[in-house]
Ligand binder design. Structure first.
Ligand code: ADP
Ligand code: XUL
Length: 564
């Protein structure tokens, strides 16, 4: 029987981020119907988290008690209902979660998950006994350097790890974390029936069974062959024994993995046919929430700066991350993290503009593009690419050919020169690394800015000029959350095309379509939100002439800093 979908139908998206669990209910036309959130620190104080996490006893150990997340699911659904959300209209659920964290299900936990009692809260059923490890390591944990070295050595070196999995071994990635549990808590590892990442854990609860890990989040584990799209035997062997049976088979991110658990039907009134889409990592979900096109470069200016991009091919860049694309089969997503982002801008704002962003912007705007040849690199803490720390200021006369001249100057003569040199230097740096990763800059390039500093128009103008591309911001700020709901909506559409029951989905585009004419994710989603991007800045006419030579000079400066 084909399920009936009327115009009151909705989809639901979840995002389990570091600090909160958020939910959004959208109509089939992607209008917001209801939202709810649970903040871990303030709503669940009994878990004593700070910023959503707990510090472990060991160096760089950061963990979360999984029951806290379970309790948050109970609460967020209650809050949606309290807002008047009719969960009986929900036809599909999608999800997003912080990447890399790992959860270890006990046999008892798996049994409980499959037999939830709708008279009880989730958290009294999926309690500590559901997990063999009650302190789940999350992405902020940096305690597995030793396991990283061991895993890379075991498969024949770092280059091989990058080639297979899209990333060198990182302490926060799931594989090294699993290896540490196996080594230090072998009994718990033995007792573990399944291992979930945070996204597949959240999906498991809604599914009432262990949900598969999606290709996108699998790419953040140092265990998944991103070209072959299957677990890499070599990597599994370098990590822990009998791991494949604990991980289950990964699936494409767009997969409908099943129907909602009867628990939610009985307790919250979800329809029994409500479908669950594979859940994925938050960065992947953010790319789908931005509905980024091939030519879009997403720049997140949060605590650290991040670039996310679509890639047709896997680049060979040791320090970036390459993940399987969340919505385009056979494409990749490039992810670059920059440590010296907002925190450095903030420190300049303090020293040069008394902590006043308005003043900071006046100074920035009062200097010309190119800054009379004054340029700076500020890696105050160890940068990720290039992997170095240091500061270098060059004037127009500095030169790499002479070692004295290459050292540049200690300070520029004015605060405005300092500020422009900082911002231009940060953006030239990003442009160079994005090109190295394989992003192709051209006349259609668009920058989509997001995160705290994306409210700053003067900074966005510098970005526009340095990248020689218009800068947009999105009306919706929670890209990962909305991406989750958009993917749920798209999966309903694809399902309807495949089952050729288009008319009941009530949108023109599904009518009389055979699957060869199926719209891709971008075209499908943007028809409902045609104006999701707002143009903020356009590049000045002379910017290519100014910044192309400066890009070359940036590379010389980075080289000099590396040699120092
Ligand atoms: P998070 O990574 O925690 O999500 P946000 O996206 O909220 O961070 O961004 C926080 C950063 O935004 C702060 O570090 C701050 O420096 C920066 N920020 C906030 N307002 C401005 C502004 N007007 N101009 C430049 N930067 C800003
Ligand atoms: C990405 C990463 C974080 C987490 C938390 O590699 O570690 O962005 O996904 O949001």
């Amino acid at each position: 029987m084909v399920p009936h979908i009327d115009s009151n139908s909705t989809v639901l998206g979840f995002d389990l981020s570091t600090q909160k669990l958020k939910a959004v209910q959208l109509s089939l036309k992607l209008e917001v119907i209801s939202t709810a959130e649970v903040k871990f620190d303030s709503d669940l104080p009994e878990f004593r988290t700070s910023g959503g996490a707990n510090s472990g006893s060991g160096n760089n150990e950061v963990f979360v008690q999984p029951v806290m997340w379970v309790k948050a699911i109970d609460i967020v659904l209650d809050r949606l209902v309290m807002q008047g959300a009719d969960l009986n209209t929900v036809k599909a659920i999608g999800g997003s979660a912080q990447q890399h964290g790992s959860l270890y299900w006990s046999r008892h936990g798996v049994q409980t998950l499959r037999n939830l009692d709708s008279d009880k809260f989730l958290h009294v059923q999926i309690n500590d006994s559901a997990f063999t490890v009650n302190r789940t390591p999350i992405w902020m944990d940096g305690s597995t350097e030793k396991q990283c070295i061991e895993m890379e050595a075991a498969i024949g070196g770092r280059a091989e790890m990058v080639n297979l999995t899209g990333s060198k071994c990182y302490a926060r990635f799931t594989g090294p974390q699993i290896r540490k549990i196996y080594q230090e808590r072998s009994h718990a590892y033995e007792e573990t029936q399944f291992i979930s990442v945070v996204s597949s854990f959240l999906a498991s609860v809604f599914l009432g069974d262990i949900a598969p890990i999606d290709y996108g989040d699998a790419s953040g584990m140092n265990l998944f062959d991103i070209k072959e799209k299957k677990w890499s035997k070599q990597c599994l062997n370098s990590c822990a024994p009998d791991l494949e049976e604990r991980l289950g088979q990964p699936v494409p991110t767009s997969t409908l993995i099943g129907k909602i658990s009867p628990f939610f039907v009985q307790r919250f009134g979800f329809p029994a046919e409500c479908k669950i889409t594979a859940f994925t990592g938050d960065n992947l979900s953010a790319l789908s929430g931005m509905v980024a096109e091939e030519d879009s470069l997403v720049m997140s200016l949060g605590t650290s700066d991040t670039l996310i991009m679509n890639l047709k091919e896997q680049p060979q860049l040791e320090e970036g991350h390459v993940l399987c694309h969340p919505t385009e089969v056979d494409q990749f997503m490039g992810l670059l993290c920059f440590r010296n982002g907002s925190l450095v801008r903030e420190s300049f704002n303090k020293t040069e503009a008394n902590g006043d962003w308005k003043k900071f912007n006046e100074l920035l705007d009062s200097t010309p593009r190119g800054n009379y040849g004054n340029m700076a690199l500020h890696f105050h803490s160890i940068e990720i690419i290039p992997n170095l720390k240091g500061v270098l200021r060059w004037t127009r006369n500095s030169s790499p050919d002479n070692s004295e001249s290459a050292k540049g100057v200690k300070k520029f003569p004015s605060p405005e020169t300092e500020i422009r040199a900082l911002i231009e230097g940060q953006m030239l740096h990003k442009r160079a690394i994005a090109s190295d990763m394989g992003f192709h800059f051209g006349s259609n390039t668009k920058i989509i800015a997001t995160g705290g500093a994306s409210v700053n128009k003067s900074i966005l103008q510098v970005i526009s000029d340095v990248f020689n591309a218009p800068v947009f911001v999105q009306n919706e700020s929670e890209a990962a959350l909305f991406g989750a709901a958009y993917r749920a909506r798209y999966s309903l559409y694809v399902n309807s095309v495949q089952e050729s029951n288009s008319e009941i989905y009530q949108d023109a585009n599904t009518k009389n379509l055979d699957s060869s004419l199926q719209l891709n994710y971008h075209d499908y989603v943007t028809q409902f939100i045609p104006n999701h991007l707002q143009l903020i800045c356009e590049p000045s006419k002379d910017c290519d002439q100014i910044y192309s030579p400066m890009l070359e000079r940036y590379r010389q400066m980075a080289f000099v800093l590396e040699q120092a």
